[in-house]
Design a protein around this ligand. Sequence first.
Ligand SMILES: [Zn+2]
Length: 439
Amino acid sequence: MSRTVKGRSREKVDILIVNAEELVTLAGSSQKPRTGKQMRELGIVHNGGLAIKDGKILAVEKTADIIKSFKAENIINANGKTVLPGFVDPHTHLVFAGSREDEFQMRIEGASYLEVLSAGGGILKTVKETRKAGVDKLVDCGLKTLDAMLEHGTTTVEAKSGYGLTTKDELKILEAIKRINQLHCLDVVSTFMGAHAIPPEYKGNAQGYANLITEDMIPKVAEQGLAEFCDVFCERGVFSLEQSRRILFGGKNHGLKSKVHADEMSMMGGAELAADVGAVSAEHLLFSSQEGIKAMAAKDVIAVLLPAAAFSLMMGRYADARLMVDFDVPLALGTDFNPSCWVENMQLVIAFACHFMKLTPAEAITAATINAAHAIGRAAEVGSLEVGKKADIVVLNAPSYKFLGYHFGVNLTDKTIKNGRLVVDKEKESETVFLREPE
Ligand SMILES: [Zn+2]
């Protein structure tokens, strides 16, 4: 048995991480998301170490203290590397069939959102294909996406329905999300978003479709326990403020917490609505009013910002993140992974947040970890490196957190640990790729 100098026996654990150049803990914010200047405080331990046992974090200290108290067969040497909480992606449309590469070209050539829609593209194309797809196919696609997310260091993700738009197809998508969560090591939090678009059968009758959502879909989703949140696309030509409010209250009456796609393409009062209904979060917020942003701050509504969505829509406009930080709105970042914004990589989202919204890397990291965990009700379990939390960890091939955003367009993830298991290890993979000429 190995002994320390003092003769005390060291506790055996599953994995030790040692010698981390920077160990970014984000400790101390599990009760409340970080706002304002706190978003720059990352709780860094230099030359940090971490002990993992039974899927949980057992200790976070200086390396010297960790090796005094613990031993393990599996030791990860993070010398020259940065260790962070696994990224939390709080906004994805994970489950759909097909793709929309043709409308990407239309957008480049200047087509508007509505022109794409009238040419048979947009959400309704995906709805058509998703309705035709069976659960197995949807599960398959979703699992592949989660693999890519894990490779980029994401360990918890939210997933919305919303490409079915009939009771049967919305339930099918939520069933797929449930199975994906059971099959994949990554954790998936489910959101019902039947109010994602007006289906063709209800063209010109948004009210009729809103009634179907509140009277038929929500009760069934809740009864089958298929979602935690209810989301609505509050936008001109989609759901009005009043319809959105009724759908969100309909969800609340059945125990579903509220999220809002708010002020993405026009100033609708979506931020105010989110504050009004006591939503957990409001998302996008490109056109929100100052009053709306202040109202969100007053009610602790989290702003989930999605710069990759604005980027892919080529809008030339981003949410006013600096104003939100000034007003003490808690910020989170997500990919908005969907067929018109096909991105699994939270590191790229952080880069966009820094370049286009002028967040500092520290603020963006806070938004992509602990604050994102708050946005999906998981802050007690994930989003920071603290004793008792899930051992969801990413090791970056970079000596400082400041490389996130700065070194972009590549995958900096060296290792991903999910629930205490090493599930991605680039060091091992890279043995097969060696492009230097033989001597
Ligand atoms: Zn979305």
